[in-house]
Design a protein around this ligand. Structure first.
Ligand code: GLU
Ligand code: ZN
Length: 300
C-alpha cells in the first residue's frame, strides 16, 4: 500500500519549531517510502482561523523545502461530510444533546494539548453524564433544519462500544498500531477495552453549536477522505487516538497506522504553544537562519 501522510495545522498563529519538526518528520518519512505528504488546513474554529495565517503556513513550509500534493484540504469546506457522519451516528442512536454550561466543557474545536487544565480524559474531565437522561426530549429538536444552531452533541460512549460486531464479543479490545511512541513509551500494538473508553474517555463532544463538528470527528473523516495510511503527529494526541479508533469503527472507516512523535519543548521543558512567537519559524527566518538550521534545532 502506498504511504500517505499529512500535516494538519490550524491557521490560528505562526508555525513554530514544534510544527516544523512534525512537518519535516512526516515529509521525510513520506519521501523515504516514495509516498505522499498532504496538507490539511484545520480551520473549523472560524473565530480564530485567519487566511493570513494560512498563507504564512504555506510560505514557511515552502521555505523549509517541503512540497505537497494538491489539493490542500480545508475543513471549513467540509460541513456536509461532517453532517452526514453525524446523521449516521444519530441513526444508531449514539448521540445526545448536552446543555451543560459552556464553562464546564473544555474546547473541542482544536486538538487537545498537553497541559490543558484538569485533564483526566483526552478532552479534559470525563463528562459526568448530566444530560444523558434528557436524550429523548432533545432528539427531535436537535435535528431542526437549523442544524448549525444545534446544541453540543456528545457520543454516548457506553452505547457506542456496544454497537455492531462488538456486541457479540464480550471484552472486545480496540486497537491501533503505533510506530512512534506514546508519552509513556507505548509502541507497537496498542489495545484498549470498552470499559477503558467509558471510564477514561467518556461521552466526547462530536459537534458544537455554530460549528457542526469537532476536532475528533473532522480528523477521522478527513484522514480517511485523504487516504492517509500513516498519521504523523505529536505525542499529546496519543490518548485522543483511542477516540479516533472508535469513530473509525462506527463510521466504517479504516484505521491508519499512527506515529506519535516527541514534542519540541522550550528551555523550561514546556511544550511550545501557538502563542509562543519566540519560537516562530518567521522569527528565525528574519534572523537569517537557514532551513538546515531549523532541522538541526529540532534534531533532524
Ligand atoms: N490541527 C491539529 C493541531 O494543530 C492537528 C492534529 C492532528 O494532527 O491530528 O494540533
Ligand atoms: Zn451536559
Amino acid at each position: 500500500m502506498a504511504f500517505v501522510t499529512r500535516f494538519a495545522p490550524s491557521p490560528t498563529g505562526p508555525l513554530h519549531l514544534g510544527h516544523a519538526y512534525s512537518a519535516i518528520l512526516g515529509f521525510d518519512m513520506a519521501m523515504e517510502e516514495g509516498g505522499d505528504w498532504l496538507l490539511r488546513i484545520e480551520d473549523i474554529d472560524r473565530s480564530r482561523a485567519r487566511k493570513e495565517w494560512e498563507q504564512s503556513i504555506f510560505d514557511d513550509l515552502e521555505w523549509l523545502g517541503l512540497w505537497w500534493s494538491e489539493p490542500v484540504m480545508r475543513q471549513s469546506e467540509r460541513g456536509k461530510e461532517y453532517q452526514a457522519a453525524l446523521e449516521r451516528l444519530r441513526g444508531h442512536e449514539l448521540l445526545f444533546g448536552c446543555r451543560c454550561p459552556r464553562a464546564h466543557i473544555t474546547s473541542t474545536l482544536s486538538a487537545p494539548q498537553e497541559g490543558d487544565p484538569l485533564v483526566e480524559g483526552p478532552d479534559g474531565p470525563v463528562y459526568p453524564g448530566h444530560c444523558k437522561p434528557l436524550r429523548r426530549d432533545w432528539s427531535d429538536h436537535l435535528w431542526s433544519p437549523d442544524y448549525l444552531n444545534a446544541p453540543i452533541l456528545r457520543l454516548d460512549m457506553a452505547e457506542a462500544t456496544k454497537l455492531g460486531e462488538w456486541r457479540a464479543m464480550e471484552g472486545y479490545v480496540f486497537e491501533f498500531r503505533e510506530t512512534g511512541q506514546g508519552p509513556n513509551g507505548e509502541h507497537g500494538l496498542i489495545a484498549f477495552t470498552a470499559d477503558y473508553l467509558i471510564r477514561h474517555i467518556g461521552d466526547v463532544v462530536l459537534a458544537r453549536r455554530g460549528m457542526g463538528t469537532s476536532y475528533h470527528l473532522s480528523v477521522v473523516i478527513d484522514d480517511a477522505a485523504q487516504g492517509v495510511t500513516e498519521v504523523v503527529r505529536g505525542q499529546d494526541l496519543f490518548e485522543a487516538t483511542k477516540i479516533h479508533v472508535v469513530l473509525q469503527h462506527l463510521l466504517g472507516l479504516p484505521t491508519p497506522v499512527y506515529h506519535h512523535h516527541r514534542l519540541i519543548r522550550d528551555d523550561q521543558g514546556k511544550r511550545l504553544a501557538k502563542r509562543d512567537d519566540a519560537r516562530a519559524i518567521q522569527k528565525y527566518r528574519s534572523e537569517g537562519a537557514t532551513p538546515a538550521d531549523i532541522r538541526r534545532m529540532v534534531g533532524l
